[in-house]
Design a binder for this molecule. Structure first.
Ligand code: GUN
Length: 288
């Protein structure tokens, strides 16, 4: 079974981006800039946003991280987004999810200027993904596709089964795989006879955030398995299927799998960096 190494590919992508940014900075006399907003003090979200900021800084992207108190009101958050929308030196805006319950996520995501929406979650970018090659693509699906392509995994004509229908991963992943000429099935918590569908997946993407829902019996022989799950078990990171109790049977059955950690996670960050550089390039092009 082949291990699809996201850490190695993300490192390569970052090296290439760093060189490109150095060139662009000299040409346009300013660095790309991302503003990240986190509301609340959830430790997992804090570590995610700090990781994003660190990765930006490593390759020459300026990154402002605002960690706002949990009590921040929706109006206060919208006012901050409005300020950043109007700031010409801010290329990208990312509001870390989930938001506190008293804030309407849909209203907030719609308030971000879609040209600065590096997450690809604004309705304009969601729509563009369906009809245009120019959409800003959500980072996790984009990273998964880059990894599959870099590993020469054939996609055209393959049956891709996705477990999970979130706006962040499942739904955009389905659109992206359709665009790549796969036949796509999306399963979710209400799907009846999940195993019957997963057993048909030549590419199986597990993005439901539920550990050990899928076992080796549910895989097609020779499947390429993408594990989006991140679970902390006794201080150790494991996936939804990777490093599960069924590990030897999965190794026998799957042709390839993304590890956790070191698979989808680093690719999500690399894709975010690519999106920041893309929105920056579009912005400086407009300034010319
Ligand atoms: N929370 C977990 N993953 C993500 C992501 O990719 N973007 C945002 N904005 N929030 C997240």
């Amino acid at each position: 079974m082949k291990i699809l190494n996201g850490t190695a590919l993300a490192k390569k992508i970052k090296l290439v981006l760093a060189i490109e940014i150095e060139y662009l900075m000299k040409k346009h006399e300013r660095a790309p800039k991302l503003c990240i907003i986190l509301v609340g003090d959830d430790p997992v979200s804090i570590s995610y946003v700090q990781n994003k900021k660190k990765s930006c800084n490593e390759i020459g992207i300026l990154c402002d991280l605002s960690i706002l108190p949990y009590s921040t009101t929706q109006d206060e958050l919208l006012a901050l987004i409005e300020t950043l929308n109007n700031h010409v030196d801010v290329d990208g805006i990312l509001v870390q999810l989930p938001l506190p319950k008293h804030i309407d996520q849909t209203v907030v995501l719609q308030a971000i200027d879609y040209k600065k929406d590096v997450d690809g979650l604004h309705p304009m970018n969601v729509g563009l993904l369906n009809i245009s090659p120019d959409a800003i693509i959500p980072c996790t699906p984009k990273g998964i596709l880059s990894l599959l392509k870099a590993e020469d995994i054939p996609i055209t004509g393959k049956h891709c089964v996705i477990i999970g229908r979130s706006n962040l991963v499942g739904k955009p992943m389905a659109q992206l795989m359709l665009r790549e000429n796969a036949s796509v099935t999306v399963c979710h918590s209400k799907t009846k006879d999940l195993a019957c569908l997963t057993q048909q997946g030549e590419i199986l993407i597990i993005a439901i955030g539920h550990r050990q829902l899928v076992n080796a019996d549910m895989l097609k022989e020779g499947a390429v398995v993408v594990d989006v799950g991140i679970n902390n078990v006794d201080g150790k990171l494991v996936g939804d299927i990777y490093n599960s109790i069924d590990v030897t049977n999965i190794e026998k059955k799957a042709a390839a799998i993304t590890p956790v950690p070191g698979g989808v996670g680093p690719m999500t960050i690399a894709s975010l960096l690519e999106n920041v550089v893309e929105v920056y390039k579009r912005s400086v092009r407009n300034e010319e």
